[in-house]
Design a protein around this ligand. Structure first.
Ligand code: SF4
Length: 62
């Protein structure tokens, strides 16, 4: 699984970082950053939850 964050859509709510801190962190300016090229299988469920719960719908996983 690959995951991206739309930097224009992200408003820094940090929900994704709470749900899956192994994949999402907040940059110094307060926006989500994806830390991995490929999501490890054990974190795919948490990433799907982040996609579903991002208030801005700014996360895409494929
Ligand atoms: S949950 Fe969405 S809006 Fe919030 S930090 Fe993550 S990507 Fe950005």
């Amino acid at each position: 699984m690959k995951v991206t964050v739309d930097a224009d859509g992200c408003c820094g709510h940090s929900t994704c970082c709470t749900l899956c801190p192994e994949v999402f962190t907040l940059s110094d300016d307060g926006y989500a950053v994806v830390e991995v090229d490929e999501v490890p299988a054990e974190f795919e469920k948490a990433v799907r939850e982040a996609v579903a719960n991002c208030p801005e719908r700014a996360i895409t996983a494929s």
